[in-house]
Design a protein around this ligand. Structure first.
Ligand SMILES: C[S@@+](CC[C@H](N)C(=O)[O-])C[C@H]1O[C@@H](n2cnc3c(N)ncnc32)[C@H](O)[C@@H]1O
Length: 183
């Protein structure tokens, strides 16, 4: 489980090239994706992580402490539904194995849409399995993906594609959305 989660974090970080971008990790947990991104040869311009768990935010802070001395890395103990950042300040958002924890995805997706700059991207990664897969409900399936696409659309996000990737012992669905640009 932990190894598969780390692989999903790595895959997600490079789904959209984050080099030079302002990046936000919603539900960052212990900071795995932030750490991967911060150590890329061409890292993001800024990295911000939010998690509603004080314990997880603390883990991430410990993991990233050394890197944060020389890189712009910010952590907030805050819910995905109320991120303490200004409108349209982020180019790329990751939500990795977290959306299935949200009571309902709509407020978090609306928040992602608020935070993204025009044409910015949101990548949602979830463990993928058919209905009754042993990991349900800690993940998603085809119906869950369709539901998320509809919810994202309602939040002003356009679905750019979904890819199913195989990790060493699991599968992950990577859903890519972009902020709808004004006509
Ligand atoms: C399975 S962990 C995944 C953590 C990390 N994204 C990763 O892939 O390693 C789910 C994380 O989502 C966080 N979380 C759940 N609901 C949240 C919410 N509404 N707002 C912010 N964080 C949330 C949890 O505290 C937890 O750290």
């Amino acid at each position: 489980m932990a190894r598969s989660n780390t692989e999903t974090n790595r895959i997600t970080v490079t789904t959209i090239n984050p080099a030079g971008l302002d990046v936000l990790d919603l539900g960052c947990g212990p900071g795995t994706a932030l750490h991967v991104a911060a150590t890329l040869e061409q890292p993001p311009a800024t990295l911000t992580g939010v998690d509603h768990s004080a314990e997880m935010t603390r883990y991430a802070s410990v993991r990233l402490r050394r890197l944060a001395r020389t890189r712009p890395i910010h952590l907030h103990n805050a819910p995905a539904e109320h991120v303490p950042l200004a409108d349209e300040t982020i180019d790329l958002i990751w939500a990795i194995n977290t959306v299935h924890h949200w009571t309902t995805p709509d407020p978090g997706l609306a928040e992602a849409s608020r935070l993204l700059r025009s044409a910015g991207h949101l990548v949602i990664a979830e463990r993928y399995g058919p209905p009754n897969h042993r990991h349900r409900p800690a993940g998603t399936n085809d119906a869950g993906i369709e539901g998320l696409i509809a919810a994202a659309h309602a939040a002003g996000l356009t679905h750019r594609g979904t890819e199913i990737r195989t990790t060493s012992n699991d599968r992950a669905a990577l859903m890519v959305f972009s902020k709808a640009t004004h006509q």
